[in-house]
Structures are given as C-alpha cells and as structure tokens.
Design a protein around this ligand. Structure first.
Ligand code: GLA
Length: 331
C-alpha cells in the first residue's frame, strides 16, 4: 500500500509575479490531500470524498482536458507528464475546500505524482505538476502553487525566486493568525483572463525586457496605458515581496500588513484581477481591531482573501498554519 499527502497553499504576497520569474511568498497550509492505494494495472482508478463520480484514466490517454469527471483531468495531467509504467487504485481524501483558492488542484497533482512513484527533488516534482496543471486546465499557470505544496517548511513562509526556484524559508511569528476567507465568488473568468494577463506581461517584456530586473523608470517606455499598468504591478509587487520578507523577519507586522494592502490595491487597479466583493472584504477586514492587513490571494477574479491578524482577532475563515511540503506516509 502507498499513502501520500500534499498540502494546499496560501500566498501571503506576490501575485501574478511567478510566470515572469518574479518573487512570491506562499506557505503550505495544514489542509491537504491524501491518496491511499496501491500501484498496478493499466488504469488509474480513484474515488474521492470530495466528488461523487470516480476517476478512471487509462495509462494511454490523449488529451487530459477531455477527461471526465472534471477532477480526473488533474490526475490525467500528471499521468500525461509522468508516463507511469503502471496504474494505481485507491482513494483520495481532502481537508481542502475544493476550488476555493487554496490550491486543491495543485495538492491533488502533487499527491498523485508521489502516489505514481515520482522520485526526485521537490523542485522537479513542482515542475512536473505545473505542467500537469497546464495540460489539465489549459491555463498557463506559474509554478508557485505546486512548489509551495511540494516544498513547504513547517513554521515558515517561503520566499521563492521564480527565476531560479531558490527557496528561502522565513519564519512566521508564532503569535500571528493567518486567516483565509472565501468571497463566495467562483473564479469564473480565471482561465481566459489569467492567460490575457500573462500575455500582457510578455508584451511588456518585449518592450522593456524581463520585468524581474526592470525598474520603475523603464515604465515610461511602454506607451499602451494598460500594458504599462500591468508591468507597473509586477515591478512594484516584486519589490513589495522583498520588503515583506524583511519586515516579517523583523517581526514588523504593521509594515507587513501595510504591504499586503498596497499589494491588493495594485492587483485591483493596475492588474485588474480583483472584484467588488474582494475589495469590500479587504476594506472591511482592515478596519477590524487586531488585523494587520489583508489582500486577495492567488489568481483573483473571485476566490479568497488572506489576512494577518493578532491571535483571536478574527473568528471566521480558515485559520491556517505553515506545514512541511508533500510527503510519502507509507511507501
Ligand atoms: C494561480 C497560478 C499561480 C500564480 C497565481 C497568481 O494560483 O496557478 O501560478 O500565477 O495564480 O499569483
């Protein structure tokens, strides 16, 4: 029997920066996905406590995007990247809310790759699963979600440089609550708009070079106001991630909170991935006593906000702690 676990993630700061090799600061959370079963046969057959329909994916499959039920596409995505020699039969159980912005799909991919016998470093695991996600969903996502799930460090947020995939764990003070709240909005435009944002960043890079190394002065060379705004978000967001990491190390939670709010405003105004509901949630959260800051987290267009707060200041939402990344519980 094989039993593996992969956590979900929440991103504290640095959104829409990973796919241009920028900086992000997620953490793996104490909610995740377990797969239990045995390798063998020529299909992957899984039941799940989060879905009514079972997944049955043949080893030889064409397009993961055609697989049904939809959740099985992530399984198929992993299979089409890994080309496992044998199948798997088992059960998926998850404590993650599915499709809520805590990377339930990344957790499923990472757990699936381990269940199918992936051997290698956490970074390689993440790259396999990023490709799987792209094939399963058609969304040209970056590597942040899969890397946070694969390489989490208990008690730490991860400062990740997405150009080198270097990870610097930064301790999260023990007396800070990380709270994630769902907007209730499905991320309807997430795939088409996400691809459009990524294309805009690439168009900006064609004018001023890599956004990762560009300074704000370069922005004047971009004539198109929308492209300029997209690039402005990315350039300033990378700088905010660095400042956030420094403030977190120094235990300056007021500054961390202020940077989160700046990040949210930039995602809303310059990158245009927020919604009215997400804006209202952030506005109202930051007026609550004991809340240092809040922002939308992940791709946006609905989904979740994350807040940093004094212990007990917020009663609602998912209170999450940073945990170690994916692991094999039983080989
Ligand atoms: C999604 C993608 C990530 C990242 C975020 C935005 O979660 O999967 O790669 O781009 O959006 O920061």
């Amino acid at each position: 029997m094989t039993r593996v676990f992969a956590p979900g993630r929440v991103n504290l700061i640095g959104d829409h920066t990973d796919y241009t090799g920028g900086l992000v600061m997620p953490m793996a959370v104490d909610l995740g996905t377990t797969i239990h079963g045995a390798r063998g046969g020529d299909v992957v057959r899984l039941t799940s406590d989060a879905a009514t329909e079972e997944a049955e994916v043949p080893l030889r499959l064409d397009d993961p995007r055609e697989v049904l039920p939809e959740w099985a596409r992530y399984v198929a995505g992993v299979m089409s990247v890994m080309h496992p020699a044998e199948g798997f039969s088992g059960f998926v159980s998850t404590t993650l809310p599915v499709g809520a912005g805590l990377s339930s799909s990344a957790a499923l991919e990472v757990a699936m790759a381990l269940a199918l016998g992936f051997e290698g470093a956490a970074r390689d695991l993440a790259l396999v699963c990023q490709k799987a996600e792209q094939q399963a969903s058609g969304v040209p996502c970056g590597v942040m979600d899969q890397l946070a799930s694969a390489a989490g460090v208990a008690g730490h947020a991860l400062l990740i440089d997405c150009s080198t995939l270097e990870i610097e764990p930064v301790p999260l003070p023990a007396d800070i609550d990380v709270v994630v709240m769902h907007s209730g909005e499905p991320r309807a435009l997430a795939s088409s708009e996400y691809a459009a944002r990524r294309a805009a960043c690439e168009a900006a890079e064609a004018i001023i070079g890599p956004l990762r190394s560009a300074g704000p002065d370069a922005l004047a060379q971009i004539e198109d106001p929308t492209l300029q705004a997209r690039a402005r978000h990315v350039i300033h967001e990378n700088a905010r991630v660095r400042r956030f990491a420094g403030s977190l190390r120094a235990g300056d939670m007021e500054e961390c909170g202020a940077l989160m709010v700046e990040s949210h405003l930039s995602l809303a105004k310059d990158f245009e991935v927020s919604t009215e509901r997400l804006d209202q949630m952030v506005e109202s959260l930051v007026t609550r006593p004991g809340v240092f800051g809040a922002r939308l987290t992940g791709a946006g267009f609905g989904g979740c906000v994350v807040a940093l707060a004094e212990p007990g200041a917020l009663r609602d939402g998912w209170h999450v702690r940073p945990v170690d990344g994916a692991r094999i519980l039983e080989a």
